[in-house]
Design a protein around this ligand. Structure first.
Ligand code: ADP
Ligand code: ZN
Ligand code: ZN
Length: 737
């Protein structure tokens, strides 16, 4: 072939390069190309053809990098699907998909240093002495004879590292012309997986396994709705073992990096040290090594990872499990491609002909609806393993508490009494408040002045430990003024409730309690996070105060009381998914409690105790709640009954932004009519000094979504080309969460 389309790690289309001088170049191979004035890039062959481009000079590919493709056909199809579905370029997919060493680039040749495989020295037997000579050698130089037979047994050659021979023996045989040493790319370092006994499933878990089997005979995807501690992980292990026995790869996805360590540990106990953890916090070298090893090793790998693990070079994926499938952390919020890890996982499994299991104690309404509609198999497991009891849920009315004089700072008596009781019994408590910092804003009671971020249209949060006011959107911080800088007559007052303030109040109410706080301020690093978790798990603290971090995947056996301090700021969030999220958050937090011998208690403080979300916290209430939520979504034509694309426009000048946004809105309306909402100003309309406007596209599920995306892309591309719109950032988020 004469030409190739080459993927470069850029937000640009693929360009054509000449390749006729490179023999037998294959799709998926890595090559070196020059792009721009001097820059060199590692690119990947997307396709090969003989059609010269209509215009412009075609540069030649400078060099091929390895003697094998680094991207399979399935990966290329997966990347192409992702770019198209999430309105990005294949180059942007390459940017997130490949470990950094495999996609090197540099502005000049001097600094371009593409990844090369580490080399290894190999001993090769080139002539075998006759049996007389060998017999003599066995007596006089037994170590030489031993090396010869070692090489014979290995089929003639062996990496130097794996031979037991010493240097003198080797050089003697080399001198004698019997052995030769050569260098080659080092072989993959992957040993086969070994497996020890799988957990024995309870009767109920076995029934669930069988139901999953039946479901997956007819469907490619199964939703496993199993309450916390029902043993979903144990059921996974049985499926994983089967896929590995077939010699296929397994991918177990988790929503957050911090959750991989625990799960990898559990899986290694069964599937040996060969379980591979993969996520973006590993070093570039480690990620590259895993990628290159998997490329060259047979299938049969078991990966536990965050969403970036979707891009590893699976040879034959046999099973994908998406744990905590409801978790919004699966969605990449920036940069492009803004993909959903769960949805992409299902796509990847389909490309491999593999089955997908979605697991959750609190399934997303999307998946629940798919199971109801028969698109997915739906399987439920509603009892906790070992007969431990579900937590008892107490809805505590804050208004009534205020009226009766039973509220102290931010705690109802119902909660305070229980805290005192558990502290006396030496049991542990978790208090959940979904805001970090001390106060969400500070205000002057005299003149009404509020501290605001100079770069974003938000109030600044007070942080006590650092004595600063912080912006939670751009990271801006400024010293806490304490005194109103505007009227200079009054102290400012803290408004709203963050975890630091809860900590302060608990210290006043229960001065002897040992308290830990877990939020993104106290757990900035992995080690800080792990330290807090292990301290609490070891019983070195009585109360853990935290944000949603405490809701995720942690198991604390000593916790018998959980307080959710303000359920209303969950249910009242301005989002059509707010109630669903509130339900998920509360049940996930509630799932952290409970010992085998005694049910935990969950006290939920709310000013609106009649809200339907609370009745959905019991198993019996959920079906009804979900049906009601779905009916509401259908009425207002929200997902899963429509698909959304959020188009965000950003620029520092208001009139320029407004002009472009209005123009785009009008053009889209010509094509999509009333499916276009906006432009509207979002709640937070300025971040990092840039103004923000949004347009929402709402496409009913009965219309071709692919055609809608294509039309949208055309319109945006046309708009971007016009001079008056230059500089306005336009971002598409497909299926925003
Ligand atoms: P889930 O993932 O559904 O929240 P887990 O798999 O973490 O539940 O199980 C909860 C607890 O019960 C864990 O400590 C687990 O080891 C234990 N467990 C569940 N099923 C079994 C089983 N079949 N054999 C032994 N222990 C089990
Ligand atoms: Zn800011
Ligand atoms: Zn003032």
């Amino acid at each position: 072939m004469n030409f190739a389309q080459i993927i470069l790690p850029l937000a640009q289309p693929c360009y054509t390069f000449a390749v006729s001088h490179i023999p037998d170049l294959r799709v998926g191979e890595a090559v070196v190309v020059q792009f721009g004035k001097k820059a060199l890039y590692t690119g990947i062959v997307l396709s090969l053809h003989n059609d010269p481009p209509k215009s412009g000079k075609v540069k030649p590919v400078l060099k091929r990098l390895y003697n094998f493709p680094i991207l399979s056909d399935i990966q290329i199809r997966f990347w192409s699907w992702m770019a198209e579905y999430y309105i990005s370029t294949v180059g942007e997919v390459m940017r997130v998909a490949l470990p950094s060493l495999v996609k090197s680039h540099a502005t000049t040749e001097e600094f371009y240093n593409p990844y090369t495989l580490p080399q290894e020295r190999v001993l090769q037997l080139i002539s075998v002495p006759d049996s007389d000579t060998l017999a003599k050698m066995s007596r006089r130089a037994p170590r030489r004879a031993a090396l010869i037979s070692e090489l014979q047994q290995a089929g003639g050659s062996l990496p130097r590292q794996q031979s037991s021979a010493d240097a003198a023996t080797i050089s003697a045989l080399v001198k004698a012309g019997i052995v030769e040493i050569f260098e080659r790319d080092s072989s993959p370092q992957l040993q086969p997986i070994t497996q020890s006994a799988l957990p024995i499933l309870s009767e109920e878990q076995n029934r669930t396994l069988q139901a999953l089997d039946r479901g997956l005979e007819a469907r490619n995807v199964a939703l496993l709705h199993g309450v916390t501690s029902s043993g979903k992980t144990e059921i996974y292990t049985h499926y994983i073992a089967r896929a590995l026995e077939r010699g296929e790869d397994v991918l177990l996805l988790v929503p957050e990096i911090s959750l991989t360590a625990q799960l990898v540990e559990r899986m290694r106990q069964i599937f040996s040290e060969r379980v591979i953890a993969y996520h973006s916090k590993l070093t570039a070298t480690r990620r590259t090594q895993i990628y290159m090893d998997m490329l060259r090793a047979p299938a049969g790998n078991f990966i536990v990872g965050a969403r970036s693990a979707l891009f590893l070079p699976y040879r034959k994926l046999g099973l994908v499990i998406v744990d905590e499938e409801h978790d919004t952390s699966y969605k990449q919020s920036e940069p492009n491609p803004r993909y959903h890890g769960r949805d992409a996982a299902i796509m990847l499994a389909n490309l491999h002909g593999a089955k997908t299991i979605l697991g959750s104690a609190t399934p997303s309404l999307e998946s629940f609806n798919n199971a109801m509609a028969g698109k997915y198999a739906g399987v439920t497991l509603m009892s906790r393993y070992g007969g431990s009891l579900p937590p008892k849920i107490i809805i505590s009315d804050t208004m009534r508490a205020v009226k009766r004089g039973e509220r102290k700072s931010h705690f109802n008596k119902e909660l305070l009494d229980r805290i005192a009781d558990r502290l006396a019994a030496g049991e542990q408590i978790i208090l959940f408040q979904n805001r970090r910092g001390y106060a969400s804003y500070v205000e002057c009671p005299r003149c009404g002045w509020k501290a605001r971020c100079p770069h974003c249209n938000v109030t600044l949060s007070r942080h006590l430990k650092s004595g600063t006011l912080n912006c939670h959107y751009c990271g801006y911080t400024t010293p806490d003024p304490h005194f109103c800088p505007e009227c200079k007559t009054s102290q400012v007052e803290a408004m709203g409730m963050g975890t630091e303030r809860i900590e302060e109040q608990i210290a006043l109410l229960f001065p002897t309690a040992r308290v830990l706080r877990l939020d993104s301020d106290s757990a900035k690093s992995d080690s800080a996070y792990n330290k807090i978790i292990s301290e609490f798990a070891a019983g070195n603290a009585d109360i853990l105060i935290g944000t949603q971090i405490v809701a995720k995947g942690l198991d604390f056996k000593g916790v018998t009381l959980i307080g959710i301090l303000n359920a209303d700021n969950l249910t009242n969030a301005p989002d059509f998914r707010a109630v669903e999220r509130a339900w998920q958050m509360m049940l996930q937090v509630a799932g952290r409690s409970g010992r085998r011998d005694r049910a935990g208690e969950v006290v939920i403080q709310t000013a609106d105790p009649a809200h339907p979300v609370f009745s959905a916290l019991s198993e019996a209430g959920y079906q009804h709640f979900a049906a009601a939520q779905l009916a509401e979504r259908q009425m207002f034509n929200y997902p899963p009954f429509s698909r959304l694309i959020r188009i965000t426009l950003r620029h520092s000048e208001a009139h320029k932004l407004a002009a472009t946004a209005t123009e785009l809105g009008q053009r889209l309306r010509q094509r999509f009519g009333s499916r276009v909402l906006g432009p509207v100003t979002p709640l937070i309309d300025r971040i990092r000094g840039e103004l923000i406007v949004e347009i929402i596209l709402k496409i009913e599920v009965t219309t071709s979504f692919a055609r809608a995306r294509a039309t949208l892309t055309e319109q945006i591309d046309a708009l971007r080309k016009e001079d008056k719109n230059k500089g306005v950032t336009i971002i598409c988020n497909v299926d925003p969460v």
